[in-house]
Design a protein around this ligand. Sequence first.
Ligand SMILES: [Zn+2]
Length: 275
Amino acid sequence: MTRRWLLLAVGVAAVGVILALAIEPARPGGGRTFQARQPTSRHGGERETPSRKKLVLGASVRHRPIFAVLLGDLDATRPLLVFGDIHGDEPAGIAIARDLYRDRPPRSGLLVTVPDLNPDGVAARTRQNGRGVDLNRNFPWHWRPLERRGDPQYSGPHPLSEPESRLARSLILRRRPMITIWFHQPLALVDESGGNRKIETLAAHLMHLPLRRLTRYPGSAASWQNHRLRGSTAMVVELPAGKPSRRLIERDSDAIRALLRASALPPGINLSHRG
Ligand SMILES: [Zn+2]
């Protein structure tokens, strides 16, 4: 990744945000399906249909809805997927996911945001879901029994025992994202999670965070995707502790838009399936 290229990416992101602010005021993301106001147009033969669509994926253990918002070219494949949280007591990324779908949709590529995968945990301010399971130990990659119900890293009775992890798994397998970002707190770093190191490095640079390698825990969502969808990059982004500042929200939201544009570039990345 050259410095010039990075500067260009950051510049394009900044221009995008300025345009978004100038052209369109923030809009609540309440509607189930809604089309952006700007008309469909053609530029250089490329059809632009930036839009938004809300999809209800299912419900949590305690029947709270879990939804995704699709932004940009709804027909595009290999989206960038963002999970605002998986641990209920680490909710800072939810504000970033919301910021993404309140802004103008990207002109090309598809952004899929799941603002809150663990609404029961957020409501109860617990790491685990409504049944006391750590969802980030409940995925099939090297799953093994860990701890007991209600313990911080209880991995559940079996892999994918929880509706929240099943919803995330089926969304990932259906959409086959090029990049998936899982927000956590409070370590303030990008975890070298086992995907494409160039993408991790770019994410760390854009988010002003160091790139470090954390322990790869059995049953974690990012490791599962990196092994199941070879060629895709799932990574953990640890935000700092506490409520995120407006500045951090804007910076990370811009970073994600820049990553979406960048993810269309590397031709060497192909997504192959491994059962
Ligand atoms: Zn976490």
